[in-house]
Design a protein around this ligand. Sequence first.
Ligand code: PGA
Length: 257
Amino acid sequence: MAPAEAARRRPVIAGNWKMNGLSASGQEILLLRDRLGQAPAPPCEVVVCPPATLLHAFSELTAETPIALGGQDCHAEPKGAHTGDISAPMLADAGARWVIVGHSERRADHGETSAQVAAKAQAGQAAGLNVIICVGETEAQRIAGETLDVIGSQLTDSIPHDPGETGGLVIAYEPVWAIGTGRVPGPEDIVEVHEFIRTHLDRRFGDKGADIRILYGGSVKPGNASEILRLTAVDGALVGGASLKADDFFAIITACP
Ligand code: PGA
């Protein structure tokens, strides 16, 4: 990757709250807002993806702040008879500017296929949202030496054929075995996969692909964030557990080079 290319990509630090948070969690958003307000402008885009039930309330708390909100999933259709699902236009209407699709927990818990993930990504883009598409290998796949094959086919099938506005498209590499476990791949393993993803994007989308940011996710904490974020192949982080506490999340944001 040429240094000029890296300079073009603004890092993203995104927090994925998963199925955590009640209205009282607005306190953490207020705290994060205060921390950010007292510090120099963050060197990255800051995104918080709370449960959809909190988006509207949080959008009021984050107005005119550097904190953007996102959904954790969306349906591929904009509306219709899909009980319990939430569409991308609904997320946007509730104040989201981002959406995560294809998280490994959705792929595992709901059997989501990469083709479905691509349809959701497209729906997110059609609603004007920035889209984070997650990919990652299981521990068994890593041990079997299949990591790059798995990531390659997830990328091929999960990224829409027409990637649209690539500046709003983000890939999160999240090894399944590193999520919520406190285990993190070594820097050389992270770089290997990120460079593999970058090559895939270059081959597939040419110059446009250079705008797509590649985040690392899986047990990112204040204690390991700077080691991960200073890798030039890494354009930011998708943070689960450590995004729930404003102080931890703020420490990760400020670890961004
Ligand atoms: P974790 O989760 O930071 O708690 O490991 C990351 C994620 O699932 O996005």
